[in-house]
Design a binder for this molecule. Structure first.
Ligand SMILES: CCCCCCCC(=O)CC(=O)SCCNC(=O)CCNC(=O)[C@H](O)C(C)(C)COP(=O)(O)OP(=O)(O)OC[C@H]1O[C@@H](n2cnc3c(N)ncnc32)[C@H](O)[C@@H]1OP(=O)(O)O
Ligand SMILES: NC(=O)C1=CN([C@@H]2O[C@H](COP(=O)(O)OP(=O)(O)OC[C@H]3O[C@@H](n4cnc5c(N)ncnc54)[C@H](O)[C@@H]3O)[C@@H](O)[C@H]2O)C=CC1
Length: 309
């Protein structure tokens, strides 16, 4: 019975199309995440089109991919530098770039969006692409915090829409959260799970709830670390050391906040507070607000909780 209910929830029907085997991938957004996802997809034999708003940005994306591939190859092909170089060239051949999302999606099995974390902009993008992509094409978002059902609501492919949430840095982090809404079909969900596995990642199944699994637990933790520091209960350095050596996290909460970007973390928390103002887990932090207002957003601006220049 439980199994049956699950199938209904995912919109399974006997006439539904079979699972889509994902070979051609369009990734919209060539920033931190999009470039990383493109690299991993191309490294695992997919044909990737990376889309952004300008050729200059796309040139930077390819440079990032090249730099990251060099780091991967240094380890993977430590004794065979020529094979390593061959691997890099092969991977780069699998990636093409475009500033025209509409044309790029026409031959795609999967359109994965990793653009700015703004609901309206994501909705507009998918609404436009919905009219241009083939019927079988699956749409997915890499959003950190927005409901997938809100992003998909402007399309007519609710059954072929899900979430694929990767982690930064994508080439190193093994997890992918696969998110199904109440309309995502079982076939779509399975295709996304399979795709994650083919990328060499470990997928976990998530509901379309705020922050899915990881961010729902981790964003309040990062904020509580800042509040603990604000209360004068520990220095930033000691809190970072404590979490690294006490529970084995690779980065302490202040290092990780700077790495992700304080604006991103604050944006997520502000959104959740708006939805649930009485939840004390979502309480603000004066220091976080002040640093973001001053443009001290972390590593990317040279200063956040720590200085990087
Ligand atoms: C969650 C809160 C809310 C956020 C909301 C938005 C965010 C999200 O929605 C979800 C997220 O992504 S949350 C962030 C998740 N990521 C983490 O927690 C990263 C934690 N840090 C680490 O795992 C390691 O420090 C790390 C792997 C980064 C680096 O390793 P190490 O600490 O050992 O330092 P390194 O010496 O620099 O690196 C060691 C070797 O790792 C390889 N590597 C690192 N970055 C790479 C990259 N980008 N590409 C390819 N290879 C890379 C590399 O082999 C490096 O060796 P070298 O190249 O010789 O240095
Ligand atoms: N940074 C992180 O640690 C993580 C971020 N995410 C999510 O991934 C998404 C992207 O994040 P980042 O890569 O960090 O952002 P980013 O700012 O590094 O890159 C976003 C890219 O999208 C491009 N872009 C914006 N609007 C566009 C449009 N309409 N069409 C084509 N390209 C467009 C921008 O030019 C930029 O290159 C966001 O939804 C974010 O919440 C998810 C996991 C981790």
């Amino acid at each position: 019975m439980a199994f049956f209910a699950h199938q209904i929830r995912r919109g399974f029907s006997s006439s539904a199309v079979r699972n889509v085997v994902i070979k051609q991938v369009t990734i919209i957004g060539g920033g931190q995440m999009g470039a990383g996802i493109a690299q991993v997809a191309a490294s695992t034999g997919h044909s990737v089109t990376l889309v952004d708003t300008s050729d200059d940005i796309l040139k930077k994306s390819i440079k990032t991919i090249e730099g990251s591939l060099k780091r991967v190859v240094k380890k993977k092909f430590a004794d065979k530098p020529e094979a390593g170089e061959e691997f890099i060239q092969k991977v780069l051949k699998n990636v093409s770039t475009s500033t025209d999302a509409g044309s790029a999606v026409k031959s795609s099995d999967l359109v994965l969006e990793a653009i700015v974390e703004n609901l309206k902009i994501k909705q507009d993008l998918f609404s436009r692409l919905d009219k241009l992509a083939p019927a079988h094409t699956i749409f997915a978002s890499n959003t950190s915090s927005l409901p997938i059902s809100d992003i998909s609501s402007t399309t007519n492919r609710l059954d072929r829409f899900g979430g694929l949430h990767f982690f930064n840095p994508v080439p190193m982090m093994k997890l992918v959260e696969v998110i199904g809404t109440s309309s995502t079909s079982q076939e779509t969900f399975d295709s996304l799970l399979n795709f994650s596995k083919v990328l060499g990642k470990t997928p976990v199944s998530c509901k379309d709830t705020p922050g899915f699994i990881v961010n729902r637990l981790f964003v309040p933790y990062l904020y509580e670390a800042v509040r603990l520091y604000e209360r004068g209960h520990g220095s930033k350095e000691d809190i970072d050391i404590a979490m690294k050596l006490g529970v084995g996290y690779p980065m302490g909460p202040f290092e990780l906040s700077d790495y992700i970007g304080l604006d991103t973390i604050k944006f997520i928390m502000d959104g959740w507070r708006e939805m649930d103002p009485d939840n004390t887990l979502f309480a603000p932090s004066e220091l976080m607000d002040k640093l973001v207002a001053e443009g001290k957003l972390g590593k990317k601006t040279g200063e956040g909780f720590y200085k990087y220049k």
